[in-house]
Design a protein around this ligand. Structure first.
Ligand SMILES: *Cc1c(COP(=O)(O)O)cnc(C)c1O
Length: 468
């Protein structure tokens, strides 16, 4: 019988004899060993197997080893194989082994990252990494960082700081009065702005209909001459890495002028901000440091495990003030209290794996890894073109936009690529055309993976030509 008393006794013995963790370790290692050759998207059988999870809320418990065995048996084959090197969907990175291992250790520590007094370790690592990021990305010395779940949250924090500062300059006490009757804030954004930015625009109460949309060029970059006159009541949204083409807005030209107007400039660089860490990409990021805030994911280009985004803001007071209601019971430390820089209170200690990845790679290793992603994406583009596919973008970073001779052929080819499961890519629309998007975002992608994937594209198109 599982009386509470027995459950506690069981848990103590599970913690003591570690068999559960050995069991999981063997599953994880077997998974990792198969990843390079396994199908990328789960098979139909594996997906059907997920129905094995459907059951009524269990009355009684299940032995721990059986719980884990079930998870492994049904779950493992139904995972999307992200770590194998041939996943090119969305912009999804893999995990650098040192970061993954650090996360395992951090899982045992189970630190709450809210306050220094809850975890001096987390406070210290956040302080260290904040300074490293400023240096790595060449951001102003006063820039602070908040460690959040992803770029969507980072954008939310940045735009709430912008809102706070713009209203404060006009004598409006946002924290007390809220948005009711507040002076109007203008939002200026390129037509290819990422959908996650729109989420913040909606949730912060700016309203989608109030966005002043700016025309973009054929790569999705904002056209500087099309930007309306800016002022100190405006938020200007720019991109380092358009989600399809990987293109960068021409920051230097735009930011110098925008800065003079007093507008708040935000740069969304979910994957592209990391170009700032690479000397060879300085022409793409020149002028980016003139912005007021930046959003970036470590779980994309930097290949940390998931749930690792960062908001960077050169206006510490605005960021902190915009996110705090403050409570009397909180014990603020002399050192960094991470919750001040995010909308959360309790938080996972995601800084541990982020610190580990940066420490492991160093500046040189980060540069090498990112250049590797770029090289493989260029290889992808070249090999596809040699096979008669059209590449529609300039491959400036890690994204490749591909099309066949007709929309129908592109669509069918993509479907077949996905069915073949040799690699995985998603589709998109690019200036009215149906396209296949390739994002090389995993450290584990090799030149051979690229060639294998191109062969799968060719096979997929052949199959499509037979059916249409
Ligand atoms: C992925 C992405 C986002 C959203 O990031 P999440 O980590 O998924 O919240 C925002 N902007 C761009 C350009 C992206 O590629």
């Amino acid at each position: 019988m599982n009386t509470p008393q027995n459950t506690q006794v069981n848990m103590f013995s599970e913690m003591k004899d570690k068999a559960l963790f050995e069991q999981v370790k063997s599953y994880a290692f077997a998974y990792a060993d198969e990843a390079a050759d396994r199908n990328i998207f789960p098979t139909k059988d594996a997906l059907q197997g997920l129905s094995g999870f459907v059951e009524k809320l269990p009355d009684k418990g299940t032995e721990a080893d059986k719980v884990l065995e079930m998870l492994h048996r049904l779950g493992s084959p139904a995972t999307v194989n992200q770590i194998g090197g041939r996943y090119y969907g969305f912009v999804n990175g893999s995990s650098v082994p040192a970061g993954l291992a650090a996360k395992w250790l951090a899982d045992f520590w189970d630190q709450n990252a809210a306050l220094e007094v809850m975890s001096p370790l987390v406070s210290q690592l956040e302080t260290v990494v904040e300074a490293w990021l400023r240096e790595l990305l060449h951001l102003p010395e006063r820039t602070v960082a908040g460690f959040v779940s992803g770029t969507t949250m980072a954008i939310f924090c940045a735009l709430s700081a912008a809102r706070y500062r713009i209203l404060q300059r006009q004598g409006w006490d946002l924290k007390a009065k809220g948005m009711y009757g507040a002076p109007r804030i203008r939002i200026v954004a390129g037509k290819q702005t990422h959908s996650s930015v729109l989420r913040s625009i909606v949730s912060l109460g700016f309203g989608k209909d109030n966005i002043e949309w700016v025309e973009v060029d054929e790569q999705g970059r904002i056209l500087p001459d099309e930007i309306p006159p800016l002022d100190d009541k405006t938020i200007l949204l720019l991109q380092a890495g358009e989600v399809n083409s990987g293109a960068f807005d021409p920051f230097e030209e735009i930011c110098t002028k925008a800065k003079e107007s007093g507008a708040w400039i935000h740069v969304d660089g979910a994957f592209g901000l990391w170009a700032g860490a690479v000397d060879a990409f300085q022409d793409l990021t020149q002028g980016m440091a003139l912005a007021n805030s930046w959003s970036v994911d470590a779980h994309k280009t930097l290949n940390t495990p998931y749930d690792c985004g960062i908001v960077l803001c050169e206006d510490k007071e605005a960021l902190i003030s915009s996110l705090q209601a403050s409570g009397a019971y909180l014990v603020y430390g002399e050192k960094r209290d991470g919750m001040l820089y995010t909308p959360s209170m309790s938080r996972r200690s995601r800084i541990i794996e982020l610190w580990a990845v940066i420490k492991y790679l160093g500046k040189a290793g980060i540069e090498e890894m990112i250049l590797g992603l770029h090289e493989r994406s260029r290889q992808f583009a070249e090999e596809l073109q040699a096979q008669g596919f059209q590449v529609l973008n300039e491959v400036v970073f890690n994204q490749v936009i591909v099309a066949c001779d007709s929309d129908t052929l592109t669509e069918e080819t993509l479907k077949n690529v996905q069915d073949l499961r040799e690699c995985w890519c998603g589709g998109s629309q690019w200036f009215g055309r149906m396209v296949i998007r390739i994002s090389v975002c995993s450290w584990a992608t090799t030149a051979e993976d690229v060639s294998r994937s191109v062969a799968s594209f060719v096979k997929a198109r052949k199959l499509a030509q037979v059916t249409i």
